[in-house]
Design a binder for this molecule. Structure first.
Ligand SMILES: O=c1ccn([C@@H]2O[C@H](COP(=O)(O)O)[C@@H](O)[C@H]2O)c(=O)[nH]1
Length: 225
């Protein structure tokens, strides 16, 4: 892997996505494609992005019954994603089915608590305890189910790494020092902090893709790591 930064290419436009891939290529470790891109461009779009030569992280956050998730993952086999997300809240059987359905070379990681949520969101959902407690419970389940790792915020990654040393930790909600408002992200840390605390991969989107010069933006972030 060239580096820990996976750039979130969140656009429905294939030409824009390809332009961004070219712009960030020398400092990115991979490209993260999510629902916005996948729903607009499908598997062919993913193949076109893979032609750029960077590993592909398919962030589809699958969340359904075990059979449906397993079949959905089988349908993605031809794409050979390096990383694939499911929701850790989908239950033990679903996570086991997901891991079993994915190729060995794909890291299957469980989204614990979205970085756009905070304590208030947990309270409203009737979930007891703090974000740290909730992430901890779901991480234990993901590990027991045989997943490769989890998605969590940089606020939790140090504690999760401590208890799961060889886990694979994907950290979104990353904002460079002094980048101002964090928008819809509520649990946010800097790239340096996330990496120091044990992140395997940093997912960074808008601070790079919305910059006037995405290449300069990713280079600047990479220089802090
Ligand atoms: O908990 C999560 C899980 C996934 N994401 C995804 O990461 C990127 C973040 O983009 P930014 O522009 O850097 O905020 C985006 O694609 C999300 O779908 C997340 O943010 N939090």
């Amino acid at each position: 892997m060239a580096g820990p930064i996976y750039v979130a290419i969140d656009t429905p436009r294939l030409d824009t996505a390809q332009g961004l891939a070219v712009a960030v290529k020398s400092h990115a470790g991979g490209l993260k494609l999510g629902l916005e891109f996948f729903n607009a461009n499908g598997k062919d779009g993913v193949r076109r992005m893979a032609e750029r030569g960077l590993p592909i992280f398919l962030d589809l956050k699958l969340h359904d019954i075990p059979n449906t998730v397993a079949k959905a993952i089988e349908a993605l086999h031809p794409l050979h994603p390096r990383i694939l997300t499911i929701h850790a809240g989908g239950g033990m059987e679903m996570m086991k089915a997901a891991r079993a359905a994915a190729p060995a070379e794909t890291k299957v990681v469980g989204v614990t608590m979205l970085t756009s949520l905070d304590q208030d969101d947990l309270d409203r959902a009737g979930i007891k305890g703090s974000p740290a407690d909730y992430v901890n419970r779901l991480t234990d389940n993901a590990r027991e189910a045989g997943l490769d790792g989890i998605v969590c915020s940089g606020l939790e990654v140090a504690a999760m790494k401590k208890q799961w040393n060889d886990g694979f930790f994907v950290v979104p909600g990353v904002r460079p020092e002094g980048s101002g408002a964090s928008g819809d992200q509520k649990r946010v840390v800097t790239p340096r902090q996330a990496l120091d605390d044990g992140a395997s991969v940093l997912v960074i989107g808008r601070p790079i893709t919305a910059a006037e010069d995405p290449n300069a933006a990713v280079a600047e972030i990479a220089a802090t790591l």
